[in-house]
Design a protein around this ligand. Sequence first.
Ligand code: AOF
Ligand code: ZN
Length: 366
Amino acid sequence: MDRETQQHWMRRALALAARAEGRTSPNPLVGAVIVRGDTVVGEGFHHCAGKPHAEIEALKKAGNRARGADMIVTLEPCCHQGRTPPCTEAVIAAGIRRVFVGMQDPNPLVKGKGSRRLKNAGIEVTTGILRKECERQNEVFVKYIRTGLPFVTLKAAVSLDGKIATNSGDSKWITGPEARKVVHQLRNRVDAIVAGSGTVLKDDPQLTTRLGKRAGRNPVRVVLDSQGLVPMKARVFENTDRDRVIYVTTRLAPVARLRKLEKAGVEVWTERAGREGVSLKRVMRRLAENGLTHVLIEGGSRLNAAALKARIVDKVLFFVAPLLIGGNGAVSVIGGPGIQKLKDAMHIQKPTLTPVGRDWMVEGYL
Ligand code: AOF
Ligand code: ZN
């Protein structure tokens, strides 16, 4: 199979995998295609953790036609018994002749061993087809499996002069409807959304996914409130029968209120109170341990500053509106003491700029 054909099928596998975006945590997104000559005889993707892997889905579709065929898969096939049996054995048993892999599995249980197992069984394995695209698609899984921490996206909506509200605190709306819709699409794909007490007290947000008629689901809501200032009636605490809500606080919070919140279906995490409230790193680790591997921070200037300082942020997603707000008292997107020297500024890697309605979306990595 020539390089171009391999890439063609890999693009198909990537597109299949993408269908489950936001639904597979803590597992990866994986797509697989089985071809004979130039016809697809089976294809599949991983739907959610605990369900069959992409390779198994594709093999099921292919049936007998898998014998002697080629498999194109975005991630190295697994060779371990996890929630499901090893894919390598199924691939071998089905008589697949060649396997084209997008990226090596960073999971130490599999890493390199999956491919080796296939090769030892006489299957030809080629790795690295559209590797960059495959790694990008699984950036959340890669971070999680390597560090035990979630992949963190910090989202903000700012004016051209970097403000998130006016002098008097008016913040609705800085960006237009198109940009706000993109935010709801993002909420639909992340596992958890984090806000601090400042934002919850000021804006009383719902932190839900609202995509109109189109189906979506709400991420887990996480409220950081080390001092216990957020009132029971805050909208983030609504619909706990449907959504998981985690309230992270410290011993500084009134115990009676915590019991009340728990009665109302809110999960209360009491963390150690450090000099600057709870340790964000600790909270992130705990979220990952709960299978929440993609976390969206929709904080105010204080949480944004704290998250950047704690170095938990992987990606920034700023919606920039062509507005000038001004005012010394108007809050800007990153609070705290900031830096003294420009050489200490954080550099955004691989920034991209995309127009969204009347606004721009600026994306990049830290
Ligand atoms: C998936 N889907 O399509 C592939 C995965 O606990 P398990 O059995 O679901 O195994 C999860 C691991 O399997 C995962 O961390 C990754 O290393 C490997 N491959 N996982 O969820 C798939 N191919
Ligand atoms: Zn597998």
